[in-house]
Design a protein around this ligand. Structure first.
Ligand code: TRP
Length: 458
C-alpha cells in the first residue's frame, strides 16, 4: 500500500534558501519515491490567521506555488492544491470542532505563547487573539484527516499539532463507530538528517530574524548581495581560517558534493580570503538554483498556467474529499436522507443522485467456516466475482470495503496466471477471483469485476 504523505505550506512570506534546503528539497525528493502518494498544499486559510494584508497573501500564494513547481514538484504525481479550493476542508473542520474539547486547545503552545506575551505586557490574556489562532490545530487536523494521511513531515514546532490531530481523530472514531475507523492516526515525521541553514548572522535562517538569503526572488544579484552580508571574522586573505566555525560552511555543504566541501575547508585553512570564499559559495548555490530560477520566473510570468495546475490538483483532491465528506456527513447524521438500497450493500454513503437498486452488483460480508471475516463481490447476475482474504477483525473488512468505495486509493484488478485474477488496493491484494476454466472466461469475469467495483465506488 502506498504511504500517504501530506504537508501544508503556510502562504505568508517568500521562500528563502533555508526553506528550500530544510523543507522544499527534501519533500520533493520524498515525493518521488514509488511507494509514496504525496499531498502538498498551500495552507492559505492558515495564512489568514497571521496576515490581514490581501495583497501579501495573494502574492505569497503565487510565489510559493511557483517555487515548489520550479523546484521539481511533479503535479502529475503529487496532489498539489490550495487548501481554500477544497471546500470540504472547512466543512470537516466544523465536524471536528464539535468533538474537540476547548481544554485541548487551551493547551496549544502557539495560543499559550500569545497569552504569555499578553501577560508580560499586562494586557488581558486574550488580547488581540482571534479564534483562528485559537482553533488553528483543528483546521490543521482537518487538512490531514481529510485525506487520511499516514505521515506528516513537519518542523519541531508542529509536533504538538500532530498529537492534537491524533486526539481529535480518535475522539471522532470513538464517537461515530462506522464499519471501521473513519480516520487513520497520522504521524509526525521530523527529518533529522536535513540541514538547518544558518542565516547571515549565524543564527538559524528565519524570516523572523531578518537574516535570510533569498532563493529565487531578486535573481543572482539578490543572492550575491545577501551572501556578501554574511558575517565572518576579520582574518585577512592569507591567514588560515577555520571553516567549521564560519557561517559559510553550512550553506556551502547544503549545495556541494562532499569533495567540493572538503576542498573548500582546506582552501580556507590555506588562507583563502572571505571574499573569494563567498564567491565560491555563490557559484555552488547557483549551479543548482539558477536553472530552477529560470523555471520560477517563467511560472511567475504565466499566472494563468499556474492557476490551471492548482485547479487540476484541487479537482483530483476533491475527488477524494467529496465522497469521503458525504460519508462523514452520514456518520454524524447530517447526510442526505438515504435512498432505499439493499441492506447488505455495505455502501451506506452512496452519492446523491446515483440511484442504486437492489439489482446492481453488491458487496456481501460473511464469516467463513473458520469463523473469520470476509466479503464477496456479487455481480448483478448473482455470480461471485471475488472473495476477500480472511480477517480476524470484522472492522478490517469494513475498512477495505470503504477503501474500495472511496477513490482515495488505487484499486486495480490484475491477472494472475492464466486463469485467475486479483483485486488490489494500493498494490496490495485484498481479494481474489474464482479459478476460471480458461483465459477467455477469466478475461470476461475480470472485466465484469472491474465494472462492478467502478459502479460501487461512491
Ligand atoms: N501549521 C503548518 C506550519 O505552520 C502548516 C500546515 C497547515 C500544515 N496545515 C497543515 C502542515 C497540515 C502539515 C499538515 O508549518
Amino acid at each position: 500500500m502506498k504511504t500517504r504523505v501530506l504537508t501544508g505550506i503556510t502562504t505568508t512570506g517568500t521562500p528563502h534558501l533555508g526553506n528550500y534546503v530544510g523543507a522544499i528539497r527534501p519533500a520533493i525528493r520524498a515525493s518521488q519515491q514509488p511507494e509514496v502518494q504525496a499531498f502538498f498544499f498551500l495552507a492559505d486559510f492558515h495564512a489568514l490567521i497571521k496576515c490581514e494584508d490581501p495583497q501579501r497573501i495573494a502574492r505569497s500564494r503565487m510565489e510559493i506555488a511557483a517555487t515548489w513547481l520550479a523546484a521539481g514538484l511533479d503535479p502529475e504525481r503529487v496532489l498539489f492544491y490550495r487548501q481554500s479550493d477544497i471546500i470540504e476542508i472547512p466543512e470537516l473542520c466544523w465536524l471536528l470542532t464539535c468533538v474537540t474539547g476547548k481544554g485541548l486547545m487551551n493547551r496549544a503552545h502557539a495560543y499559550k505563547a500569545s497569552v504569555d506575551a499578553n501577560r508580560e505586557k499586562n494586557l488581558e490574556d486574550d488580547d488581540g487573539i482571534n479564534m483562528g489562532l485559537f482553533s488553528y490545530p483543528i483546521l490543521m487536523a482537518a487538512d490531514i484527516l481529510m485525506f487520511n494521511a499516514h505521515k506528516v513531515p513537519v518542523g519541531r514546532d508542529q509536533v504538538q499539532h500532530l498529537e492534537m490531530a491524533r486526539d481529535i481523530a480518535q475522539r471522532f472514531n470513538h464517537l461515530y463507530p462506522g464499519a471501521g475507523d473513519w480516520f487513520v492516526l497520522p504521524e509526525a515525521v521530523i527529518d533529522e538528517s536535513v540541514a538547518t541553514l544558518t542565516g547571515l548572522d549565524g543564527r538559524k535562517m528565519s524570516k523572523s530574524y531578518h537574516n535570510t538569503v533569498p532563493l529565487f526572488e531578486g535573481g543572482t544579484k539578490a543572492l550575491k548581495t545577501a551572501v556578501a552580508k554574511i558575517v565572518t571574522d576579520s582574518r585577512e586573505p592569507g591567514e588560515p581560517k577555520d571553516a567549521h566555525s564560519s557561517n559559510l560552511l553550512p550553506m556551502f555543504r547544503a549545495f556541494a558534493t562532499a569533495e567540493q566541501t572538503q576542498e573548500f575547508i582546506e582552501a580556507l585553512s590555506d588562507g583563502m580570503g572571505w571574499g573569494q570564499a563567498k564567491q565560491s559559495l555563490v557559484n555552488v548555490i547557483e549551479q543548482e538554483v539558477a536553472p530552477l530560477r529560470d523555471q520560477y520566473d517563467q511560472l511567475m510570468a504565466r499566472p494563468d498556467d499556474l492557476e490551471d495546475i492548482l485547479q487540476a490538483g484541487a479537482k483530483r483532491a476533491r475527488e477524494i474529499a467529496s465522497p469521503f465528506m458525504a460519508q462523514l456527513r452520514q456518520a454524524v447524521g447530517i447526510g442526505a436522507p438515504s435512498k432505499s438500497r439493499p441492506a447488505d450493500g455495505g455502501n451506506q454513503a452512496g452519492k446523491a443522485g446515483k440511484p442504486k437498486t437492489g439489482k446492481g452488483p453488491r458487496f456481501v460480508q460473511f464469516r467463513d467456516e473458520q469463523g473469520l471475516f470476509r466479503f464477496k463481490l456479487i455481480s448483478q447476475a448473482g455470480l461471485t466475482l471475488c472473495t476477500s482474504l480472511a480477517h480476524q477483525d470484522p472492522k478490517q473488512v469494513g475498512v477495505i470495503l470503504r477503501q474500495l468505495e472511496l477513490r482515495a486509493h488505487a484499486v486495480t484488478v490484475e491477472e494472475e496466471g492464466e486463469t485467475g485474477y486479483l483485486v488490489l488496493i494500493d498494490e496490495q491484494t485484498v481479494a481474489q477471483g474464482p479459478a476460471c476454466q480458461d483465459t477467455v472466461q477469466r478475461d470476461g469475469l475480470l472485466k465484469t469485476t472491474q465494472a462492478a467495483i467502478e459502479e460501487l465506488a461512491a
